[in-house]
Design a protein around this ligand. Structure first.
Ligand code: FAD
Length: 486
């Protein structure tokens, strides 16, 4: 019986460990950090708890299906998905109830109810066509890709304006720049640029508005805690503070990994680490690195965590304060690699849902702007400038003096994201989807020439974000199961 080594305890690694342990395979997980979760982290300070990374939870079934019944945790479907604030003073509430949302849009922008409903119906159609091919499928294996059903789907998919950008599709759908901006923002859910990403990414609005936005009862880190408990129950062995330094290949055959200066034999190895890191350190390969570098990394983030001394009833769990000039914001992020002086600001307040996340009468603010990939910018001065732009904008739109209410501040920047998780240039979601061919360029979940080696996580197929990482784990477990049957 082969043993498996999983490199990295990010969400993709944890989910794979659980799935393989359920197949009866002995699993050991090696993680360089002292804690599990990778980009999904939390921290506590002065009576506050903060989710440090992901804040949006969609497709919760993908987590549920990993857990025994008694380990499944409660999560709530949000009634209000997001509060949107625009520079012209418009405030728009994205109700989860689609009809109510469409009515809100009509009332605030004059776009008839049918505008939003038709758009979301089309997004649903695209999801039904694309998800089975591009998201839940071992896409790089021809026998999985070239089924009749998939070919029919692909044909229809190419008829669905696959070569228009998300922004072009949104401009056609909505004669109102605020709504275009609202639906363009979904490109940022995988760190991409709406002015270049294909229109098919409108499927993300379907996920959020029609399949639902959720929040775990104890916050996002509950996902990691539950997966850890499940993995340990299944006998998975964890080695923390244990970086893997090398993949061992002898005479063209995978034999194991090098860790703590020693070689350990494993018949199967699953890498959950950033694919760029894998080919620069664990299995150096210049040709593959060059290919990976041809795809632009997704955006990164600059996040201020503020313990706030008072509560803000106008705000919800998720709040967006849009920039005036979205096009300029993305030109800064992806072309000049800086942050515009009027960035869109995302404020996430988990204490709105999890009362124990802040002391009574207070709130925990996670204040984020999208940031370019780390190419050696002067982050110290950028942080000071961006902090000031954020405060000026929020003070104006909320009619507040926020500085006076900040009890303490922590900051996460692209350099830290890169250092702490090994993510290339601090990208949040691996390579971006800034081209219609992005899905085809992502690294596969396996290597044909190195049987026994598999890849999961945000930098490989099908891409970044919790649901897609969970899908990669499922794809790999299915491949291993098939291999065992052979
Ligand atoms: P990662 O989380 O990248 O973990 C990889 C692990 O490998 C790390 O723990 C690292 O320490 C370890 N490692 C690296 N090298 C080695 C080595 N040599 N040996 C051993 N271990 C090693 N997604 C959403 O769905 N919703 C959101 O709201 C959302 N918001 C985000 C906000 C932020 C600030 C960030 C950074 C990301 C966000 N994402 C969000 C994206 C999501 O967090 C990631 O796509 C996902 O968590 C990545 O998981 P992964 O399996 O690729 O592993």
């Amino acid at each position: 019986r082969s043993k498996v080594a999983v490199i990295g305890a990010g969400i993709g690694g944890l989910a794979t460990a659980i799935r393989l342990a359920r197949l009866g395979i002995p699993v050991e997980v090696f993680e360089q950090a002292a804690y599990p979760g990778g980009k999904i982290r939390e921290f506590r300070q002065a009576g506050f708890r903060f989710d440090k990374g992901p804040s949006l939870f969609t497709l919760p079934d993908l987590v549920d299906e990993l857990l025994d019944d008694d380990l499944k945790f409660d999560y709530r479907k949000l009634e209000v998905i997001t509060q949107y604030f625009f520079e012209d003073g418009t405030q728009l509430t994205a109700f989860a109830d689609v009809d109510r949302f469409a009515e809100e849009v009509e009332q605030k922008t004059g776009i008839p109810v049918s505008g939003v409903l038709d758009y979301l119906k089309q997004a649903e159609r695209i999801y039904q066509l694309t998800a089975p091919v591009f998201i839940f499928n071992a896409f790089h294996r021809l026998q999985k890709l070239l089924t009749w059903d998939n070919l029919k789907r692909l044909l229809q998919f190419f008829r669905l304006k696959a070569f228009s950008t998300l922004h072009q599709i949104n401009v056609k759908a909505f004669p109102d720049s605020r709504l275009v901006q609202l639906f363009d923002r979904y490109a940022t859910y995988n760190g991409s640029n709406p002015y270049r990403t294909p229109g098919t990414l409108s499927v993300i609005s379907h996920l959020e508005h029609q399949l639902g936005a959720y929040f775990p009862k104890q916050g996002m880190y509950q996902i990691v805690d539950s997966l850890m408990e499940q993995a340990m129950r299944l006998g998975v062995q964890f080695h923390f503070s244990t970086p893997v330094s090398q993949l061992v290949v002898r005479s063209g055959q995978l034999t194991g990994i090098r860790v703590n200066g020693l070689e350990r034999n494993f018949g199967l190895v699953v890498s959950d680490i950033d694919i760029h890191q894998f080919y620069s350190k664990l299995l150096p390969d210049k040709r593959r690195l060059e290919k990976i570098k041809r795809t632009e990394p997704s955006s990164s983030a600059l996040i201020f965590y503020w313990g706030m001394k008072k509560r803000f009833p106008k705000l919800d769990l998720h709040n967006i304060f849009f920039s005036k000039n979205y096009k300029d914001e993305f030109a800064c992020l992806f072309e000049t690699k800086t942050i515009s002086n009027d960035p869109t600001v995302y404020v996430f307040i988990s204490s709105k849902e999890v009362k124990t996340d802040a002391p009574s009468g207070m709130e925990n603010w996670f204040v984020m702007v999208n940031a370019p990939a780390n190419v050696g910018q002067d982050w110290t001065s950028l942080k000071t400038e961006v902090r000031q732009s954020i405060l000026t904008k929020l003070n104006r739109l909320l009619d507040e003096q926020l500085e006076a209410h900040i009890l303490f501040e922590e900051v996460l920047d692209p350099v830290k994201i890169e250092d702490q998780t090994g993510s290339f240039q601090g990208a949040m979601y691996g390579p971006s989807s800034n081209s219609p061919f992005a899905a085809f360029n992502r690294h596969a979940n396996f290597r044909r020439d190195l049987p026994g080696l598999y890849f999961v996580g945000g930098s490989v197929h099908p891409g970044g974000g919790i649901p897609l990482c969970l899908s990669s784990a499922k794809i790999v477990a299915e491949m291993v199961e098939e291999k065992m049957k052979r």
